[in-house]
Structures are given as C-alpha cells and as structure tokens.
Write a protein that binds this ligand. Structure first.
Ligand code: GLY
Length: 367
C-alpha cells in the first residue's frame, strides 16, 4: 500500500490545529455541536486529549505557541489532584498525554511528580478481592464501587510508566492483575468485549456485565473493542507477556471482521437490526487504527504488513470520507458517537477521535 497521502493529510492537520488552537486556547474540548467544540472541566476524562494533540503537532513543528498552550493545560489538569473527589480511573488518559508528555519534551520534574502522584491514585483504586481497578466514583445514587470498565486498559500504561520511573514493580503488578481480570471477565468467545463488568466489592464475586455505552450487556460497543485492541497491545509492549498480544489480536480480528465497506464501524457491532443509517463511530476507527499500528510494531514481517495495511485502510477512509477541513469547524473527524443511548455527541467530532487519528497518522508518517 502506498502511503504518500499521509504527508498530505499531515500538512492539512498542522494547518487545522494551528488555526483551531487560536479559538480553543488552553481549554478542554470534548465533542462538537454545530462544528464548535463544547468544553469541559479539567477533571473530565477527555482533558488530556487536547494537550496531547498539541504535543503531537509541536513534536513535528516546534511551534512554541502550541507548546505554551499544552503547558497551560497541564497546569490546570495537575491542579485537579486537589479535587480528589472528582477524579476517576481515567487519570491515565489525562496525565499520560499532559504531564508525562511535558516531562518527556521539557524534562519538567514537576510534571513528572504530578504523574507519579496520579499513579498512586490509580493504584489506590485497585480492589484486591476482585482484582480490578474501580472505574468511577459514585454518581448520585448509582453505586460504582464494584464497577470495572474496558477503557481502563488504556490507563494501565500510567502504572507501567511509574514502575519503570521509580524502579519498583508494585504499579506494574497492579496493572497486570487488572489486565488478567479483563482477559477472564470481559473478552467474549468471539473476540467482542463487554464495556462494564460489575463485581461485589466485598467478596470480588462477578455480578455480571452491564451495557455501559454499548447497546446491551451482550452487544459489542465498537469503541470498547478499540480500547481493548490498543490497551492489550500496550500491556504487551510494557510486559512482553504473549497472552496480552494474543488478546489484542483476537479483539482486532473481531473488529476487522465486522467493519462495513468503508472501514469505519457502527457505534455498536451488535445492534438488533444493523441498519445502514445507524450512526458510525469514527473515534472507534481512529483508536483501533492506532492500536493496530501498535500491534504491527511488535510482530514479525508478514503479520506486521497485515496489521499495518488494516490500519492504513481505516485511516485512508477517515481521511477521504470523514475528515473535516472546513474553515468554520473545529473538529478533525466527522461522525463520531460519544454516547448513543444518552444522546450525547451523536454524529459529532470527538476530541479523542481527533487525537488518535493524528497519533496514528504520525505513526504511519514516521515509520
Ligand atoms: N468512556 C470513554 C469513552 O467514551 O470511550
């Protein structure tokens, strides 16, 4: 497959991010309404994606204005450590893409400390009797003390990172215990995954799967599958354990086998009637593509070509059919689905779709 189009896509992305950074500033975009991003507080799970995007573009352009905005975002995100009751397991997404990136680019020791403190918060969410990292605090009357969710696979790298940085395996042990629980409790026979599994927090007994952001408890939320592909590939990268790579490949096969012709999934792979006008989730496609490239980076030649080609086909379709280069819109990818059942950001641009689209294209560009 020829990848010349990637350079063209990259040039357009740089122009667009340099422009939208002027309207977005040091804030936290989530999804779009009428082409403009709705912003969210710095403790929201999506807060890391905008500084993460700024660092991706800064890494290639050295545009100092983008760097300054990313640094200003990190100051706000790290302040949320003092808003402990708002925090959740997605501190992984938040701090990996802000504090850890700032430490890597600028050797900023304060940012490194913020991420290390956060790794302790994430490790503190571990429930040893159920072997799971608790996802969320309670919301109103909804008791989440026994809930684990598939997205958490993407937060485990914060724990692997902390173990490497302080040369202490405790955080890695917790990450692996959680990943092993996900292998056992979340992945279904056919390679599809549950979004939420509930446990009794006192005994660790499995109570059952919940629909979460999917259509039903036994459906197959496409973004959940994308998080699993990428998350297991990362657990393999940090541990070298084959069982994680095997899981990433198994879910990837399910994902690829269920894609429609244009390679961008419907928001759930198991809707009661797979109607051709069900909304797509371009974010799931972008996340999966970046995860497939992660798999490609750790396997041997023939397999490497298979995963790279699969990722490139998805990205090419996103570039041709889903990218939004209009002057008056802020998002990069159209047709993402945030939370269909609650009608939140349906057929919208999503900052995490944009982030992983750019990250995956950059992986292809720099190969
Ligand atoms: N809950 C994270 C997501 O929407 O993917």
């Amino acid at each position: 497959m020829e990848y010349a189009w990637v350079e063209k896509a990259w040039e357009k992305i740089v122009v667009k991010i340099e422009k939208t950074s002027q309207s977005i500033g040091a804030a936290f975009p989530n999804g779009t309404e009428n082409g403009r991003f709705v912003t969210t507080p710095a403790h929201d799970w999506v807060a890391g994606f905008w500084p993460g995007l700024l660092w991706l573009v800064y890494g290639e352009t050295k545009n100092e204005r983008l760097k300054a905005l990313a640094v200003a975002c990190e100051a706000q995100i790290s302040h949320t450590l003092w808003e402990y009751d708002h925090l959740h397991h997605d501190v992984g997404f938040m701090f990996e893409l802000s504090s850890i990136k700032q430490y890597e680019f600028l050797a900023d020791d304060a940012a490194k400390r913020h991420a290390l403190i956060t790794a302790n918060l994430l490790a503190g969410r571990f429930n040893p009797v159920g072997s799971f990292i608790r996802a969320w605090p309670n919301w109103g009357d909804e008791d989440h003390s026994g809930w684990a969710i598939i997205d958490c696979m993407m937060n485990l790298p914060l724990l692997y990172w902390a173990s490497n940085v302080i040369a202490d395996p405790r955080y890695r042990h917790i990450a692996e215990l959680h990943a092993d629980m996900v292998l056992k409790e979340f992945i279904q026979e056919d390679g599809s995954v549950h979004h939420i599994v509930a446990f009794d927090p006192e005994t660790g007994a499995r109570l059952g799967a919940l629909p979460g952001q999917g259509y039903a408890s036994d459906s197959a939320w496409s973004r959940g599958a994308a998080w699993a592909i990428y998350g297991f590939a990362l657990s393999y990268k940090y541990t070298g354990k084959d069982k994680y790579l095997a899981a990433a490949k198994r879910v990837a096969q399910f994902f690829l086998d269920h894609l429609p012709a244009d390679k961008v999934p419907y928001w759930d792979f198991r809707l009661p009637e797979q109607s051709h006008d069900a909304p797509r989730d371009s974010a799931a496609a972008a996340i999966a593509a970046s995860g497939l490239l992660e798999i490609a980076s750790v396997v041997e030649h023939d397999e490497e070509l298979f995963y790279k080609r699969a990722a490139a086909e998805i990205l090419l379709s996103l570039f041709h059919n889903y990218a939004d280069w209009k002057d008056d819109s802020e998002g990069l990818l159209l047709h993402g689905t945030g939370y269909f059942m609650k009608e939140i950001f349906v057929d919208a641009s999503l900052i995490y779709g944009d982030y992983y689209f750019v990250e995956a294209l950059l992986k292809l560009k720099c190969q």
